[in-house]
Design a protein around this ligand. Structure first.
Ligand code: FES
Length: 370
């Protein structure tokens, strides 16, 4: 319907009730200075094969989105996510990529479906609007109501039950997935896995005693002769693996600071940790976790003169001669200490080993609040 200025003034609520929703919507648009320049129904005859084909294509994208959401929930609950020692199946590595991939498929197909729906099924329309500010009259309210009704009709939702159902599936998945991730994260506790590192003794991997060798990052073993007095080295647990007939160190993690004290320096050990340095009765070498107990940065700046370790992130300082007790900054927990020992290697030299795992959770304190 096309309205002139006088028509607009004459249009009363009575008149509008006589018109179809689309006519009232157009009158409303005109009254609000919105000029519909072009409007075309893409499928003037409802229910044609072409329309059904397009409808199925849109529904397919929503269905894929919904199924990916369901897949996310199943993967979140069922996939293995716990870390395993090297040499055992490493399927946990796929946990996060699988969740991320399914989430991406869910969001992408939902977005693609919405765009296709608007482009292929909803009426094509171009409108130009001039804005004005007057309070809404009864007629305006009726017109607005009609505009919303026609908008709903334009989406085709009332008569396209296939799209409605698949959109419901996709929408339900989009709404449920964040809930699963949030609530599931609280239900699925990490257990004690944060308390164990690669230093965990394992007789199968480290015969005969299960002691984990300490290695440099190039996997070379470290012995007492490798450090000068007052020196420090970053070392890792050397995990021996059998891969394709090769037996050796192929993985390294759980960074540790190995420190050699200067002559005459004495350690005031924390309770129960007196024998954890090497030699046990009068330690000259000590090993601490390199991961700061404040927020997890590497606490590796060592000041020989004051025997303090400094974390560069927020300036926490740890007193090495007091078993890495925090003496400055935001860290409130000592760096965990690694029980240190020495064994004779194949070449007859002495090499350091970890006699056990760390006895406290390494890293930020919140890991202990399980
Ligand atoms: S992470 Fe070390 S002080 Fe903050």
């Amino acid at each position: 319907m096309s309205t002139t200025e006088s028509d607009k003034e004459a249009a009363t609520a009575e008149d509008l009730r006589e018109l179809s929703p689309e006519e009232v919507m157009l009158a409303g648009a005109d009254a609000d200075d919105v000029h519909i320049v072009h409007r075309r129904n893409r499928f003037p005859i409802a229910g044609t094969k072409a329309e059904k084909r397009v409808e199925r294509a849109v529904a397919l994208t929503f269905a894929i989105s919904g199924l990916a959401g369901l897949g996310f929930i199943v993967a979140f609950v069922a996939l293995p996510y716990k870390w395993h020692l090297p040499g055992t199946p490493q399927n946990f590595r796929f946990y996060t990529p699988a969740l991320g991939g399914l989430l991406a498929v869910m969001m992408i197909f939902l977005g693609v479906g919405l765009v296709l729906w608007a482009k292929w099924l909803m009426p094509e329309e171009e409108a130009v609007q001039e804005r004005h500010d007057v309070p809404s009259s009864e007629e305006d309210k009726l017109m607005t109501e009609a505009t919303l009704l026609v908008g709903l009709e334009d989406t085709g939702l009332p008569r396209r039950s296939l799209i409605l159902r698949t959109l419901g599936l996709a929408g339900g998945a989009v709404a449920t997935v964040p809930l699963v991730a949030l609530v599931g994260g609280m239900i699925k506790k990490p257990g004690d896995q944060l308390l164990h590192t690669l230093f965990r003794p394992n007789k199968a991997l480290f015969p005969p005693n299960g002691h984990v060798p300490l290695v440099f990052e190039n996997f070379r073993r470290i012995g007492p002769d490798d450090l000068e007095p007052g020196g420090l080295a970053t070392v890792f647990p050397g995990i021996r693996e059998q891969v394709n007939g090769y037996t050796g160190v192929t993985d390294a993690s759980s960074p540790t600071l190995l420190i050699r004290l200067r002559p005459g320096q004495k350690v005031q050990a924390r309770k129960g940790q007196a024998g954890w340095g090497w030699p046990a009765n009068n330690p000259e070498f000590l090993a601490f976790s390199k991961i700061c107990t404040h927020a997890g940065c590497p606490a590796s700046l060592y000041e020989q003169q004051t025997s303090r370790l400094l974390c560069p992130c927020h300036q926490s300082q740890f007193e090495v001669l007091s078993d890495a007790k925090p003496v400055f900054g935001p860290a409130s927990r000592s760096l965990p200490k690694l029980p240190l020992g020495v064994e004779i290697g194949d070449d007859g030299r002495q090499y350091f080993v970890a006699l056990s795992d760390y006895h406290e959770a390494i890293g930020p304190a919140f890991w202990e609040r399980r």
